[in-house]
Every structure is written in C-alpha cells, then in structure tokens.
Ligand binder design. Structure first.
Ligand SMILES: CC(C)(COP(=O)(O)OP(=O)(O)OC[C@H]1O[C@@H](n2cnc3c(N)ncnc32)[C@H](O)[C@@H]1OP(=O)(O)O)[C@@H](O)C(=O)NCCC(=O)NCCS
Length: 142
C-alpha cells in the first residue's frame, strides 16, 4: 500500500471524489457538490493506493494557524477493518506535525468515535447532527 498526497483535479483526485461519494454520501441519499470540491483546492488531500487503485482517503483543512480539521475519512467497504484507516490517519498526523500544526480536530460520526478514540482522539462537547446523522467534535494534540 502507498500513502501519498494527491493533487486537486488529478486522476487520483477523481478516484478520491468517487470513493467519498460512495462511502460517505450515497448511503445518506446525498452527493458531493461542485461548490464543496472547489473549496478544497488548498487542502491537504491524502490517499492510500494499491497499485493504481484507491483504498482510502482523507482531507486536512486549515482551521487556524495551529490546527487542521480532518475531514472526509473513508475506506473502501471491502477494505475496512484491515488497519488501513489507522495507517492513513497516522500518515496524516505526520504531515500535519511536519507542517508545524499542534492539533487535529474533526466532526466524527458517532459510528466512528471508537475508531478515533483508539487512535488517541478525545470527545469535545455534545452530540450534534450533520449530513443528517449524529456527530461529535473530537480532537488530538499532535
Ligand atoms: C471508520 C473507518 C475510517 C475506519 O477505518 P478502518 O480501516 O476500517 O479501521 P482500522 O482497520 O484501521 O481500525 C483500527 C482500529 O479501530 C477499530 N475500528 C475501526 N472502525 C471502527 C468502528 N466503526 N467502530 C469501532 N471500532 C472500529 C478496529 O477494530 C481497530 O481496532 P484494533 O486496533 O483494536 O484492532 C472506516 O471503517 C470507514 O471508512 N467507515 C465508513 C465511513 C466512516 O464512517 N468514516 C468516518 C467518518 S467520521
């Protein structure tokens, strides 16, 4: 498996968008919008690949000078539970640290809270609804 940063608009980016739509949006009856995709041109886009095939992806978006927001974390359905999500998040944390950021924050789906807790993330505040489902804010000091 290769973990790498992906350029906005590249062939890998198109694979990433398809994966995010399939894993994170279509099950909720939603889809990613052109406006959302245009807004992530300056984000850090990360993918896990096996040969040319995408296995997983996530995004880091600048929140402020010290923090990045982790977004759009998705692993292919038939690749979940094999350690890919944990490896990719570890890679994302290394990139964030290298760039001098001190904290990662996120809106975690309730169903994924235990996954993030295992990787050292802490719950912050109350449950809220986003894209129709329950979420919690979580964060980790880098
Ligand atoms: C949540 C997700 C990113 C985790 O990635 P993954 O590759 O499946 O997880 P890993 O195999 O790296 O798991 C690492 C550890 O977390 C645990 N874990 C993974 N997903 C979990 C979940 N949803 N609930 C509880 N524990 C979970 C694993 O059992 C493993 O535990 P271990 O170290 O004790 O063996 C992935 O399953 C996914 O894309 N799910 C659907 C979309 C989603 O919910 N994205 C997150 C949006 S906030």
């Amino acid at each position: 498996m290769a973990l790498k940063q992906v350029d906005h608009g590249s062939k890998e980016y198109q694979q990433m968008v398809k994966l995010r739509d399939e894993i994170l949006r279509q099950p909720l009856g939603l889809s990613l919008t052109v406006d959302e995709l245009n807004k992530e041109k300056d984000d850090i886009l990360i993918g896990a690949f096996d040969d040319e095939k995408i296995l997983a992806c996530c995004i880091l978006t600048k929140a402020d000078n010290k923090s990045l927001r982790l977004r759009q974390m998705a692993v292919q359905n038939n690749q979940q539970g094999k350690g890919i999500g944990a490896s990719m998040l570890n890679f994302a944390e290394i990139i964030a640290r290298d760039k001098g950021y001190k904290k990662l924050i996120m809106h975690a789906r309730e169903t994924a809270v235990r996954f993030y807790e295992k990787l050292g993330y802490k719950l912050v505040g109350d449950r809220f609804t986003e894209v129709t489902i329950p979420h919690f804010i979580m964060e980790k000091k880098l």
